[in-house]
Design a protein around this ligand. Structure first.
Ligand SMILES: [Mg+2]
Ligand SMILES: [Zn+2]
Length: 165
């Protein structure tokens, strides 16, 4: 079984400063410390899996094609830093339009990835900036760390690998 770190997207990997939703590639800016932090995790053989709520799709603010474009941009920027993402899961729904099983704080996306990647939940972590991220992780039975919106994840990444050593 493998191990992974689950990563929220907006407010964790990239800045959502000044935006309610990020749906244009040009608005995608990695937060400070993301490359350094993810390098530490990769070095310790963690898979990196993004789990993100994109309720703006259900609200008609942007399309799934826009989400894909932002994800291409995310992967491009991370690749420049030598980082590859192993999986991306997103929920395009929103409670105000139609309820669903996948939107965080549901553990659905995390559980799906645990199955898809044959992960050992005991060796998995979540990093996010919202209570919803933490709640989803708890419900999936994995440990979670909350950062302050758009703050560096480096210290948490160090902590994750230290706990293991
Ligand atoms: Mg967030
Ligand atoms: Zn959903």
């Amino acid at each position: 079984m493998r191990k992974a770190v689950f990563l929220d997207r907006d407010g964790t990997l990239n800045s959502d400063e000044g935006h309610y939703y990020i749906y244009r590639a040009e608005d995608f800016v990695l937060n400070e410390g993301v490359i350094a932090g993810l390098k530490i995790l990769k070095k310790h053989h963690y898979l990196l899996i993004v789990v993100t709520n994109q309720g703006g799709v259900a609200k008609g603010i942007y399309s799934e094609a826009d989400v894909e474009k932002v994800h291409e941009e995310m992967k491009r920027q991370l690749k420049l830093g030598g980082i590859s993402i192993d999986g991306i899961y997103y929920c395009p729904h929103h409670d105000t339009v139609q309820s669903c099983d996948c939107r965080k704080p549901s553990p659905y996306m995390i559980n799906q990835a645990i199955t898809d990647f044959d992960l050992d939940a005991k060796q998995c972590f979540m990093i996010g900036d919202s209570d919803r991220d933490i709640e989803a992780a708890k419900r999936a039975g994995i440990r979670a760390f909350k950062i302050k919106k758009n703050n560096s994840i480096v210290e948490i990444c160090k902590k994750i690998v230290e706990d293991e050593d």
